[in-house]
Design a protein. Structure first.
Length: 140
């Protein structure tokens, strides 16, 4: 067998997938934490007049998701459902805020809007992985 085929061949058990719920949650938490901190640093610039504590919502959720990841890895159902609920709520909130900012005339290519879009994509990608995992576990 060719070496190239050996490297790129899928594992023999096809039930394993690359993105598991705990990996998706960890990645989502890291993205939320980093993008949220970047957002905070970009608006702070030394002026406290424009400061709003809402800038810490996404990083707080990101930190919470990172802290809940070991429970997901151990397949704790309560933690899994809590993470899915919180991910959905945060994703919906980010989407609503994004649409609201678009309607007020913010440019699509604005760095703040791009940060919103990155967090929205991260949350809903994690949701797709969670729902796929739930469906797979239900079928088994």
């Amino acid at each position: 067998m060719c070496l190239k085929k050996q490297i790129f061949r899928r594992p023999s058990n096809s039930t394993t997938s690359f993105m598991t719920p705990f990996k998706a949650n960890l990645l989502n938490g890291i993205v939320l934490l980093i993008v949220g901190i970047i957002g905070y640093l970009s608006i702070s610039n030394g002026s406290t007049s424009a400061f709003s504590p809402t800038v810490f919502i996404a990083p707080a959720f990101g930190l919470l998701f990172i802290l809940l990841t070991p429970g997901l890895k151990k397949e704790n159902k309560i933690v899994a459902h809590l993470v899915v609920l919180l991910t959905f709520l945060l994703g919906a909130m980010l989407l609503i805020m994004y649409i609201k900012r678009l309607s007020t005339g913010s440019a699509f290519a604005d760095p703040g809007m791009m940060r919103f879009l990155i967090m929205i994509i991260s949350c809903f990608t994690a949701m797709v992985v969670f729902v796929g995992s739930f469906k797979k576990n239900r079928a088994a």
